[in-house]
Design a protein around this ligand. Sequence first.
Ligand code: ARG
Length: 272
Amino acid sequence: MTDSTRRTATRRTYLMCQPEYFTVEYSINPWMNPAEPVDGARAMRQWSQLRRVFTSLGHTVRTIPAEPGLPDMVFAANGATVIRGTVLAARFRHPERQPEAAAYQAWLRSAGYQVARDPVAVNEGEGDIIFTGRAILAGHGFRTQEAIREELAELFGLPVISLRLMDPRFYHLDTALVVLDADTAAYYPAAFDDAGRVALASHFTELIEAKDEDADVLGLNAVSDGRNVVLPEQAAGLIAQLRDAGFTPIGVDLSELLKAGGGPKCCTLELR
Ligand code: ARG
């Protein structure tokens, strides 16, 4: 098998939320500066392009209506965790985002998903909780509480690997790690502690290490279907590493959403 054929894509269903009310009007992560203007029309164009990329790859994109007063609702990944049709609702750390949880929960329920009872621990959905195919990775330290571990294990019946996040710029796990397929991930080693790096090395057979300059543009905030990897086009080094590893990287420009600390993955909740 050649490098370019050893990766296989599977069709996915994604939930996205249009950035209709997107702004940066508060700061809950180091990327957010309310004094820096956001171009709303440009954000909308960039988001629409991301959606087009997904549909052109054969994926299904569903959308949840944006709600006024919730400028970060565009970051659908944080809305919940959906594995095998079961939903763990989000519980946001910051009051500014807390009402988003109910909106996502209501949408998922009406779409026929089984929503479990309200979580006890703070958790910001797929931003920190990542299904690898065999286990669940759960990031903690800035947003999600470590205690989500027990709730995840009980609800989904899967092994949970807790990972402590060390760098405030990489405040959600999906800013520092992307699962490319069940055996392969790319990550930014400096965002984790020793125990985390060891745990990742023992879970994945192949680990791609992102360089500082690619992590710094949120290059790891990527969406993989097993073969195609949609990531910030600014992450040139990581794009080359992914290509060398047999994946098909597809760069997108989400520079307006980066002003809130978000990228392609943040805008995308996978409905499994
Ligand atoms: N401004 C948002 C926040 O700080 C960005 C969320 C990004 N989402 C993600 N999945 N990393 O909560």
